[in-house]
Write a protein that binds this ligand. Sequence first.
Ligand SMILES: [Zn+2]
Length: 301
Amino acid sequence: MESKQRQPERRSLKIGPYEICPIPTGTFGLDGGAMFGTVPKVLWEKSNPPDDKNRILMEARALLLKTPGRNILIDCGNGSDFVAKYGEKLGNKFAEMYGVDTEGPSLLKSLKAHGLTPGDITDVILTHLHFDHAGGATTEKNGELVPTFPKAQYYVQKANLETASHPNLREKASYFPANYEPLQKKGVLKLLDGETANLLPMISTYISNGHTQGQQIVKISDGKTTLLYCGDVVPTSSHVRLAWVMGYDLEPLKLIEEKKKYLGPAADEGWYLFFEHDPYCDAAQITRQGSDFAKTTTFLL
Ligand SMILES: [Zn+2]
């Protein structure tokens, strides 16, 4: 699939002690209509061309913050071991249903490209527990589901774990205990209660409840350079515009208010917005455009 967007600019970023390393975990496909809510196809199909099943290409892009002593991962992509996790029936058709690419980059292959093994990851911040964000958090090993990163402390919002454990009808197909129960069992899942300032050095989290209850987005800033890991608040660069929200969002109007709140300073202070699901770029900078926002430059980091 060809995108008609302008070529992204290459840039390497360091924020404080952290080397900023995008970690592609593999592409998948979701229905284009569901990804753009009320936005007509004639508008989104230019930037996100659909396949013959109307699915658009999505990346599941984690982010590695690399230092010599500490390696922090934000989100984990779809993962693998679908049969062990979701059972014979769903597991077998899972990759096909979501067009999950199992040939290209994966979470572990991308970490390896940065010289890291699972044992090198010290912290994993999960924006929320939907399968395309937390699927890689756990792995099957000798018939048992275990944390993928044996030495890591994992972080998620308490409110998100609660909603994952008692999902509403619309999110039932996105929250699977196999992606978080093994973390609880091993006692490595730390529950956060609301926004955090300096959860880890130079890393803070903001809360958003419009997409799902208790999503946290992650801000990394050394005062000079700031990057916001947008999670499903702004899943692709097309979603920078306020009204471009997903059909999946539980409370679209609330999400639009949250986008206003977080994109304002991003536009005014030149933050990098990091996109988890954009297959064509890793990040963008944005500007105000009337009462809305527009991207100025997109980047491959
Ligand atoms: Zn989500």
